[in-house]
Design a protein around this ligand. Structure first.
Ligand SMILES: Nc1ncnc2c1ncn2[C@@H]1O[C@H](COP(=O)(O)OP(=O)(O)OP(=O)(O)O)[C@@H](O)[C@H]1O
Length: 304
């Protein structure tokens, strides 16, 4: 269900230009970004299609935040092209991205902890009723809609009146995902949604990432964790020091290869060698050196 009247202007606006053939909604072609003399991102190719999860992996400082900021309208690219629905764009504010249906769920979630769940669901896009100047918040409708939308995504909460701050981190992520879906996002950018979560909670969030994908959204899932990425990903892009080191579809890369790539095969092999010299450190569980340094196929450009 999508919003009709009275939902304000802050949610992502549903576009009626959904590509029918699974073609790219968002595409970066040789894109890059320099902050003054610092080149944070260079030569990056990324394709986001409806109904697919594109995972962007990378260690600290790899350029993940810079990439998100370009797509979500916080920063502009300084190299290459950024296309939405095959048309080159240059967003100047996050509002431009939202207008194209690109919603970002940041790690801090921008919620008001003491406000009820339903109130946070509509924060900044409240439903109202009655004519001006007697217009008031339509509390009943907001509660009912939030409840319906959360259930549609398979999220069942005991009480929507409870302050959102009392939910677990995973539940809050799920509410944010359901909210973006309701407000008509076509592309959902998730900034390390499982980073601060335990195993069970991460599983719950991964389930809703899959639910958003099944509802036809293109998802960009930013993560450090190759295991989480592999559970839901259709395509994997690994950034290292601002460049894209690997771009491969699920068929082209195994979890083991992805993990080795993320770990930085050569560095980990060197670390294993060093750790082997330290008494009391068991290096048996680490992969063999030849596995760590084995090259992984990089998909040809445009095969995303
Ligand atoms: N506003 C800025 N001004 C100057 N340099 C920046 C700025 N933002 C990021 N950088 C640099 O760009 C590079 C990429 O940073 P970015 O934050 O995109 O990486 P990241 O993969 O998101 O890292 P993390 O996981 O630690 O957040 C880093 O070397 C960083 O120091």
């Amino acid at each position: 269900m999508t919003p009709t009247n009275g939902t304000g202007t802050h949610g992502a606006v549903l576009q009626d230009t959904e590509p029918e053939d699974g073609s790219a909604v968002v595409e970066l072609r040789n894109a890059g970004k320099a902050y003054g003399n610092i080149r944070a991102l260079h030569g990056v190719n990324l394709t986001v299609r409806p109904g697919q999860v594109t995972c962007v992996l990378g260690d600290n400082g790899a350029g993940k935040s810079t990439l998100i900021k370009i797509i979500s309208g916080l920063h502009q690219h300084t190299e290459g092209e950024f296309l939405v629905d095959n048309t080159p764009v240059r967003f100047t504010t996050p509002r431009d991205a939202l207008d194209k249906g690109i919603a970002t769920v940041y790690q801090d979630l921008a919620t008001v902890p003491l406000m009820p769940v339903w109130r946070n669901f509509f924060l900044g896009s409240e439903m109202t009723r009655g004519p001006w100047p007697l217009r008031r918040l339509d509390i009943e409708k907001m509660k009912k809609t939030a409840d319906h939308e959360l259930r549609e995504m398979g999220i069942v909460l005991d009480d929507l009146e409870q302050p959102i701050g009392t939910l677990s981190g995973g539940q809050r992520q799920c509410v944010a995902i359901a909210r973006a879906v309701y407000f008509g996002a076509r592309v959902l950018i998730l900034d390390e949604p499982t980073a601060a979560l335990g195993v069970k909670q991460s599983g719950v969030v991964l389930k809703y990432i899959a639910a958003a994908r099944d509802r036809g959204l293109g998802v960009i899932f930013i993560t450090h964790n190759p295991h989480h990425a592999y559970m839901v990903g259709d395509h994997f892009s690994v950034l290292r020091l601002g460049t894209m080191e690997l771009s491969a579809s699920r068929e082209q890369v195994s979890l083991e290869e992805l993990t080795n790539h993320m770990a930085g095969g050569t560095e980990l092999a060197a670390l294993k060698h060093e750790l082997a010299q330290v008494r009391g450190v068991d290096v048996e569980e680490l992969p063999e050196e030849e596995d760590l340094t084995a090259p992984v196929a990089t998909a040809p450009e445009g095969s995303a």
